[in-house]
Design a protein around this ligand. Sequence first.
Ligand SMILES: NC(=O)c1ccc[n+]([C@@H]2O[C@H](COP(=O)([O-])OP(=O)(O)OC[C@H]3O[C@@H](n4cnc5c(N)ncnc54)[C@H](OP(=O)(O)O)[C@@H]3O)[C@@H](O)[C@H]2O)c1
Length: 314
Amino acid sequence: MMLGSLKVSDIGIGAWQAGGKAWLVDRSELIKAYRRAFELGINFVDTAELYGWGESEKLVGEAARGYDVIIATKVAGFHWGRVEKSARESLRRLGRIDLLQLHWPPPFYVPLCKVIRDLERLKEAGVVAEIGVSNFGADLLRKTVECLRRHEIVSDQIEYNLFNRAADSEEFRRTAEELGVKIIAWSPLAKGAVLGRWGSDKARRMDPSARKASTEAGGRIVKAVLDIAKARGVSAAKVVLAWLKHRGVLPIPGIKNVAQAEDVSGALAFQLPEEDLRLLDRLSEPFVAGSVGMVSIRYVPGFLQKLLLKLYSL
Ligand SMILES: NC(=O)c1ccc[n+]([C@@H]2O[C@H](COP(=O)([O-])OP(=O)(O)OC[C@H]3O[C@@H](n4cnc5c(N)ncnc54)[C@H](OP(=O)(O)O)[C@@H]3O)[C@@H](O)[C@H]2O)c1
């Protein structure tokens, strides 16, 4: 898949797991896992300054050293006024930034164009190769494009999985397609819930995915994923990733260990037969309802967002 000038593998990896206390992980295993994924053909890794307040970026920078990979990071949505400073700090930790994304829309009292122009200037200055956004709905995507002077937004990173297909609403798909914005799918495995797995990680405590898995519609999806995996002789994660690839999005599963790195890398070459794709499409239709992006966060003042996120210790 192309993200602007960047040629990325059809599956990437997400590195929230490498930061803070949100996830139960063995950090030394993570470096091995990321390198194993790079060796097996995955060339895209996503992190954010917020994940462990720089910890994830440091680990990704270390894991990626010596590998020809594309590094994406995200500048926090409350950072209006210091986007450049923040991006340069990320650059120091990572060594390079290929895609810089705005993690979520700025608070309502900040002019969107100011932040978008800051991103554009970083591209103009060659600090980052491409720019993108995250958690933007169709309206905000359109407004973003109006703010741009010379460059384009190549991607929107949003939640997209079998339990959340809001991005398949006609309005969002049409807008993204028209604007040439690619979708990067966060929580592609619904934090494991769609595979019938759920751990006691802090990041999972307030996530609605477990609740969705226990609904009738959710339960049918989990059963179908496990049945297909058994019938095709592959892991449940491979089934879900193959479905996401088929939907034309870039999934970034948050792997925790070498075995998961090998599993998700194996999904690069795995395709599901048409009948399985159709079944998963049909079963997940109830989850097309809903809105894309973080709408309510815009009404929380920036300083409060920062304070709450610090307390939450991402
Ligand atoms: N832009 C945003 O606002 C935003 C928000 C959230 C996430 N993200 C990004 O998206 C990435 C992924 O999202 P996520 O971490 O929320 O959820 P996810 O990728 O859907 O789920 C991650 C969890 O699934 C399990 N897993 C991973 N690989 C597996 C495999 N091969 N087989 C079975 N289980 C596997 C692991 O937990 P166990 O092994 O404990 O089951 C792992 O912690 C993050 O790392 C981050 O980069 C972005």
